[in-house]
Design a protein around this ligand. Structure first.
Ligand SMILES: NC(=O)C1=CN([C@@H]2O[C@H](COP(=O)(O)OP(=O)(O)OC[C@H]3O[C@@H](n4cnc5c(N)ncnc54)[C@H](OP(=O)(O)O)[C@@H]3O)[C@@H](O)[C@H]2O)C=CC1
Ligand SMILES: O=C(CO)COP(=O)(O)O
Length: 333
């Protein structure tokens, strides 16, 4: 669909954090009416006042966004639902929303992660809890503050059905949000989930003062691991070379604006980690390491990040282990 043909939808956003609020603004700017569900009354009250100081300080929230702490109200009459809570709480949020979920409307995953306890991709959770709703994912290089400020970026919207992906991409696109479409749902999910693990690693490399060369080498070899795991899940290589793999990796592995990078930075500097903002790569590292081990996928950087986060090895031990692995050709599988 050409974006000119799209008419305003009623979009429900589940999640009143940084990304939920930024996407609510983006949807408003794309011509939709928006209801945002936040479980926290104070967040609802702030958004109604025109701000979300806890999650998006300094950003004005336009009055068109209707905030509510009642999920039924948020979902009533929705044409489309954006799921924007952390990956580890998606299951609980969808279970709470299920009795009020309009039948057949697309659920668009905007979280990035793999469920820690089950190894499930987020699309599998939607399909399990809401089998009557088609699932899509929106991912790519997009810091919430950038999008909320209306700075330009490009993302990808994926669904198994190409027509649905193209329809959603057309409807979500606005002057400063260019949405590409893809039918590689799994590829888009894997790219977004795993880049967070390498963003933590990049931050740790920076924080530990290992140098820009080490950082570039680590991100490049991390991308090899991302592609290996992606291949095992059936992701297409070109998807992982795109916005949701390489694009998001470039963004979050190079900027302390990334919460995952900032988490790694603190780790590398030996600073306290308690109280830092959400870093999705933390739970995803552990489960990704387990998945790689179980499937026999060589992913030493993911294993190292997981072990560092568990406290079983130090960063310098991890570096030593990675640097003394047997030599091989660069393109070995
Ligand atoms: N921020 C960003 O730049 C981007 C984030 N993302 C992804 O989006 C997802 C959400 O991130 P983000 O919005 O930034 O996170 P935040 O930490 O900013 O906000 C999380 C929000 O989810 C809510 N929440 C958490 N658990 C539940 C629950 N069980 N039920 C209802 N609400 C819940 C929180 O509510 P409460 O305040 O009550 O705890 C809060 O409103 C993550 O997967 C992230 O990787 C993707 C692209 C960009
Ligand atoms: O995914 C993001 C940007 O695309 C946001 O990354 P962080 O969660 O690391 O801030």
């Amino acid at each position: 669909m050409n974006r000119r043909d799209s008419v305003g939808w009623r979009v429900a956003v589940l999640g009143g954090g940084a990304w939920g609020t930024a996407l609510a603004l983006a949807m408003l700017h794309a011509g939709h009416s928006v209801r945002l569900f936040a479980r926290d009354e104070e967040t609802v009250a702030s958004i109604r006042r025109g701000e979300n100081p806890r999650y998006l300080p300094g950003i004005a929230i336009e009055p068109g966004i209707e905030a509510t702490s009642d999920v039924k109200t948020a979902l009533d009459g929705a044409d489309c639902v954006l799921a924007v809570t952390p990956a580890q709480s998606l299951r609980a949020v969808l279970a709470g929303a299920k009795p009020h979920m309009p039948k057949g409307v697309p659920i668009v995953l905007c979280a990035k992660g793999i469920e820690r306890d089950t190894g499930a991709l987020l699309s599998a959770i939607v399909e399990e809890i809401l089998p009557e709703n088609p699932v899509a994912a929106l991912s790519g290089p997009s810091f919430a503050t950038d999008v909320a400020k209306g700075l330009p970026t490009a993302v990808v919207v994926a669904a198994r059905d190409n027509g649905m992906a193209a329809n959603l991409a057309a409807r979500f696109s606005a002057q400063n949000l260019r949405c590409y479409s893809s039918d590689d749902l799994i590829g888009v999910e894997i790219g977004g989930a795993l880049k967070n693990v390498f963003a933590i690693a990049a931050g740790a490399v920076s924080g530990a003062g290992l140098g820009a060369s080490a950082q570039a080498a680590m991100v490049t070899r991390g991308f090899v691991e991302l592609r290996r795991i992606g291949a095992a899940f059936g992701a297409r290589p070109e998807t992982l070379m795109g916005l949701s793999g390489l694009g998001d990796l470039m963004l979050t592995c190079s900027s302390a604006q990334s919460r995952n990078f900032a988490y790694g930075l603190a780790l590398g500097q030996g600073k306290p980690l308690a109280g830092l903002p959400l870093a999705e790569g933390v739970p995803t590292a552990g489960i990704a390491a387990r998945i790689a081990a179980e499937r026999g996928i060589d992913a030493p950087i993911i294993a190292a990040v997981s072990a560092i986060l568990d406290g079983t090895i130090t960063i310098s031990q991890a570096v030593s282990t990675l640097m003394t692995r047997p030599l091989k050709t660069e393109t070995d599988a």
